[in-house]
Design a protein around this ligand. Structure first.
Ligand code: PSU
Ligand code: MN
Length: 337
């Protein structure tokens, strides 16, 4: 890139992201479309890539590619520019070309699941990294993208606090939300995790958590987690919260949780009862620690007739979040802050 173009982007990023992250120029490859959108103050939505390569139900190629493209299309149809983020050959890329998206989708689990702590190593070894929520937030913030859409975020694992195991398994998504000013739009947290403790941890991290169009934090497959929440009834209220977060330079992320749409609630409840049954079985069989999540996911799939139902819902929920996230991003861009 010509140096005048670089300095233009650097100036621009100083404006978009006053935290002085312009050091990103030259380190991160921004696609021409995303770069153009950022320079014109147009709406951009960041998207993660772990969903594509390591989707929680291990979505196979080409279904993962198809889904990634459909999610990007929904963002575009709702007025924003999608910026899928991944590390390719050691270079963090913000906005992937069709070829790059396809490469990542074919790579699948061969791409390294990359959270914040993995970034330096993946870059240093010129590896390929599929970014989780934490790493995607790092790069989105670096280039000045304030809105990021995903499916579900990581959280506090169950039993992490028990004296026997003390796994301390707490997703770095939560600490990232505490330190990086990006709004994450998700369907909440899956109930295989400890939702009340996840919300406690986010509170400690100073993260503003709000539920979209409801006052209860959703549990991904159902709209109920038993945890009450701030409510953002309308898109405008979401952007007002974001505006205040920016104005006061709080520096923390915002979690906006979008409940499962009504048309999916019946299958969602079916999955949720399978999760509850699998959790009981894990307790009865004393399956804990690292063995618990794989056991739960496999058992839920068995109980609901194969991996298909959960993965259909996984896809439907990311798409619904993309719709809401794109609307938030366009409304925010219109505010011109
Ligand atoms: N939750 C889901 N599906 C996912 C993930 C979480 O329902 O695919 C992915 C996201 O990329 C998230 C990551 O950031 O897993 C969290 O991983 P860990 O628990 O290892 O931090
Ligand atoms: Mn973990």
């Amino acid at each position: 890139m010509a140096s005048s173009a670089l300095s233009r982007i650097a100036n621009l990023q100083r404006h978009i992201n006053p935290a002085g992250r312009q050091a990103s120029v030259g380190l991160v490859k921004i696609s021409p479309v995303v770069s153009e959108a950022l320079s014109r103050g147009k709406a951009v939505v960041a998207l993660e890539s772990t969903i594509i390569s390591h989707g929680s139900q291990g979505m196979p190629y080409p279904k993962n590619l198809e889904t990634a493209k459909e999610v990007e299309a929904i963002v575009r149809e709702n007025g924003a520019v999608p910026a899928t983020i991944a590390i390719l050959d050691g270079v963090p890329c913000v906005g992937l070309s069709t070829e790059e998206l396809e490469r990542l989708a074919i790579m699948g689990m061969k791409a390294q699941k990359t959270a914040r702590r993995d970034i330096a190593h993946v870059v240093a070894t010129r590896g390929n990294g599929a970014t989780t929520v934490s790493a995607t937030m790092v790069f989105a913030s670096m280039v000045g993208i304030p809105v990021f859409v995903t499916g579900g975020i990581g959280g506090v694992h169950r039993h992490g606090e028990s004296s026997k195991l003390f796994t301390m398994d707490i997703s770095s998504d939560l600490t990232e939300l505490g330190r990086t000013p990006v709004a994450v739009i998700s369907a909440g947290v899956k109930s295989i995790l400890d939702i009340p403790r996840t919300l406690e941890y986010l509170e400690t991290q100073g993260v503003c958590v709000a539920a979209y169009a409801t006052n209860e934090f959703p549990a991904f497959f159902t709209d109920k987690s038993g945890c009450k929440d701030y409510q953002c009834k309308l898109i405008k209220q979401c952007t007002n919260v974001m505006k205040a977060n920016i104005k006061f330079k709080l520096g923390t992320g915002i979690l906006i949780a979008v409940p499962i749409p009504k048309e999916h609630s019946a299958s969602g409840s079916l999955i949720e009862s399978a999760i509850q049954r699998a959790l009981e079985e894990a307790r009865d069989k004393n399956i804990t620690g690292n063995a618990e999540t794989p056991f739960l996911l496999a058992r839920v799939n068995e109980l609901t007739g194969g991996a298909s139902l959960a993965s259909i819902l996984d896809i439907a929920l990311v798409k619904n979040n993309a719709l809401v996230g794109a609307k938030i991003a366009t409304a925010l861009a219109d505010l011109r802050i």
